[in-house]
Design a protein around this ligand. Structure first.
Ligand code: NOJ
Length: 731
């Protein structure tokens, strides 16, 4: 069944949202049906087949069809900004916006991303990323996504997609599914139990479909023995039938393997068309022949074309959409308009509010007019050769503000931590001593001449087609790069109060650092994008209290995570127990748990209320996202959050549920709601958690459906997954 788009909650958002397209699949399909009737067979083939690698301005392109006013479709990376373009904003990466836990910022970043794409004439922006989900902490591309918790990732996907599509661009939820490591990504067979898939890996994609995402990218790997882009079980049964996905599936670049197999499985668009310039098109004429010979039904080709057209109408790209002028990916991205507008403000807000304060002994932070500061480490400065010196950010030189690979953008500028600190220091009359290499001895020497030391370290990763310092996408370990532990140790051993700032793609093992008595503060600054230094100064000096919370667990040792890279086949043997679900089940104490983050103020939690569980069955119709009643709010919990400290701040309160014993064995607790509230000193507000039927259900593998277990649910509300302040039951 087709449905209208849900209006976003924000007033600002809904105004903007209404502007793009009909936002109604029924209307979009009616237009698509009319347009389809005017197409020749050759038109239909060109609609579904990419023109070939580097044959057009974008990383993916299809041909125009003048009879229906259809443009040469331009599909471009990526999830944090427009790749291969100049004068665009390099936003913080997914993992850093995930650590804000702020749905408004997620939406605003999505809207800004979509606006920049649209202004450049890009029709499809290849993001956001719901897979990898991040079950393996060292996996190369985890930072492109938002969190390894499916609920947080799902909210982040939906908010981002709503923003992007309101701005007028088609979003693309990628990569479906089982691309959880870069190692052997083109060949590995991901064998995922049906319950695990529904409750973890498919969840963010289901939420994307619910948010009316117009396209989905299937991944390189195999899924249950078939190529993901040739898996009928995945593309047709799960995505199109069960989730009622109305848009189209496009292949990851050259992830298609056969002509008829991919078409019959449910692939709708072959990208980039050929295999990276080899001129070998599996669709194009080959698809036309397959249809003529009956290997692929005409109705399947019509369906592909209709889905692509409907998506185009859905976001309103048939009306006054800009055309790509003077800009192409293949000339360094020069020649396009400046599309940045005031988006640096969103970029800075996200980078600032994504910072997670992990340690702050005796209120070492915020800094209070220090007489002198030693700024230590190469991560404090921009790569001396320039922030874009390495193509697709294929080096870890200078401050880290995004990982490497296709999910990157060129920086219009990059504010180095050192430069932003110097600006503040000049106002404060603070002397700055620097050591901007990772050499331990010179770091220690700088620290010995200052009152306080700030050491910068990082850890990088990316996509597997590039190897950086021996890492072929995936990280080699969870240590800081460039002997960061040795640098911090040498500096801390000088004995001055030492603040450690970390830019990282994901968790690090911090045991060496936390054991050093002089390390008074640890600031987790993620992958902040172009506004890195400014955002950091906002927090270091306390103009904003830190409010980010970890979107994953930081363990004491790598082995504690219970997952590892696999070869050949990955059976997902860790089952439902990734990240905090595993730590809780196995009673492992993490260093910093999922959802953790300090503030400069304190918050109290009180007055938990939990409504009764609704008995209304709701509608069993199928809508985008699955059965309609899964998304009905069946219970509401509220809690009062009070800022009982001394400065203003924002608190992310989190709601976790435990399923009743009538359910099959399940994680101890699972995130099923969160709320971020800005609170002045002494102010209190109500955090409201709307709990949907799906949030309380498990996937029954025998009945093949979501099932609401009988009995009472444990409800906990707290400041992290282990700092649970209020508990109650729902029944
Ligand atoms: C391969 C990557 O996996 C995908 O994320 C990207 O969008 C395409 N290449 C196009 O660059």
């Amino acid at each position: 069944m087709l449905s209208s788009i849900a209006l976003p909650l924000l007033a600002l958002a809904s105004t903007a949202f209404a502007a793009a397209g009909d936002g109604d699949w029924t209307v979009a399909y009616a237009k698509a049906t009319t347009a389809l009737a005017k197409l020749t067979q050759a038109n239909k083939i060109s609609l579904v087949t990419g023109t070939g690698w580097e044959k057009g301005p974008c990383v993916g392109n299809t041909a125009s069809i003048s009879t229906i006013g259809y443009p040469a479709l331009c599909l471009q990376d990526g999830p944090l900004g427009v790749r291969y373009a100049q004068q665009v904003t390099a936003f913080p990466a997914g993992i850093t916006v995930g650590s804000t836990w702020d749905t408004s910022l997620l939406y605003e970043r999505g809207y800004a991303l979509g606006s920049e794409s649209k202004a450049l004439g890009i029709h499809v922006q290849l993001g956001p990323v719901g897979g990898p989900l991040g079950k393996i902490p060292a996996a190369g591309r985890n930072w492109e996504g938002f969190s390894n918790d499916p609920y947080l990732s799902g909210v982040a996907m939906a908010s981002t997609i709503n923003g992007m599509q309101a701005a007028g661009v088609q979003a693309c939820a990628k990569h479906l599914i089982g691309n959880e490591q870069e190692k052997e990504r083109d060949t590995i067979n991901s064998v995922i139990d049906d319950r695990v898939n529904h409750e973890l890996y498919l969840w963010p994609f289901a939420e994307s479909v619910k948010a009316n995402v117009t396209s989905v990218m299937c991944s390189y790997n195999k899924f249950g023995g078939s190529w993901a882009c040739e898996s009928e079980a995945l593309l047709t049964s799960l995505l199109k039938n069960e989730l009622d996905f109305q848009g189209y599936v496009l292949s990851d670049w050259a992830a298609q393997h056969t002509t008829a197999g991919s078409a019959n499985a449910g692939l709708d668009m072959a990208m980039p068309g050929d295999n990276f310039g080899d001129n070998n098109f599996l669709w194009g004429t080959a698809l036309q022949n397959a249809v003529s010979s009956g290997q692929v039904a005409q109705s399947r080709l019509n369906d592909m074309a209709k889905r692509i057209l409907a998506a185009w109408y859905f976001v309103g790209q048939d009306v006054d959409y800009p055309t790509v002028i003077g800009w192409t990916s293949w000339n360094g991205g020069y020649g396009g308009p400046d599309v940045q507008s005031d988006h640096k403000n969103v970029a800075r807000s996200v980078a600032r509010d994504g910072i997670v304060l992990l340690k702050n002994t005796n209120n070492a932070l915020p800094l209070k007019n220090p007489a002198s500061l030693a700024i230590i480490g190469q991560d404090a400065i921009v790569n001396p050769a320039g922030p874009n010196a390495c193509t697709d950010r294929s080096c870890d030189i200078g401050t880290l503000a995004m990982g490497w690979g296709s999910g990157t953008a060129d920086f219009p500028y990059l504010i180095a931590p050192l430069d932003a600190i110097k600006t503040q220091a000049a106002l404060d009359g603070t002397a700055i001593i620097t050591s901007t290499t990772d050499t331990a001895a010179s770091g220690a020497s700088a620290a010995s001449s200052a009152a306080t030391a700030i050491v910068f370290i990082n850890a990088d990763s990316g996509e597997g087609y590039i190897t950086v310092e021996g890492a072929a996408g995936d990280r080699l370990n969870l240590d800081p790069w460039h002997n960061g532990n040795a640098l911090v140790t040498a500096v801390a051993n000088v004995g001055k109060p030492t603040i450690v700032v970390i830019h990282s793609v994901g968790p690090l093992i911090l045991e060496t650092i936390v054991a050093l008595p002089s390390v008074v503060a640890i600031v987790w600054a993620g992958l902040p994008g172009q506004e890195s230094g400014n955002a950091l100064v906002d927090v270091l000096y306390g103009s904003t209290s830190p409010s980010g919370k970890l979107p994953y667990t930081i363990a004491k040792t790598t082995g504690d995570y219970g997952t590892a890279f696999q070869s050949g086949q990955d059976n997902y043997a860790e089952d439902l127990y990734i990240d905090y679900r595993h730590f809780d089940k196995s009673a492992i104490t993490p260093r910093y748990e999922f959802g953790f983050g300090l503030s400069y103020t304190t918050f109290s939690y009180s007055a938990l209320t939990i409504s009764a569980l609704s008995t209304s069955p709701g509608s069993s119709a199928t809508i985008p996202g699955g059965i309609s009643n899964l998304y009905d709010v069946v219970a509401t919990a509220t809690a009062t959050i009070t800022n009982n400290g001394t400065v203003a701040g924002s608190e992310v309160s989190q709601l976790y549920i435990g399923l009743p014993s009538s359910a099959p064995t399940s994680p101890v607790r699972q995130l099923r709601g969160f709320s971020k509230l800005a609170l002045a000193v002494g102010q209190k507000k109500t955090a409201t958690f709307a709990i949907r039927r799906k949030d309380l259900s498990y996937w029954d593998v025998t009945a093949k459906k979501w099932t609401l277990p009988s009995g009472s649910f444990k409800i906990s509300v707290g400041a992290s997954s282990r700092d649970l302040r209020l508990t109650g039951t729902l029944s």
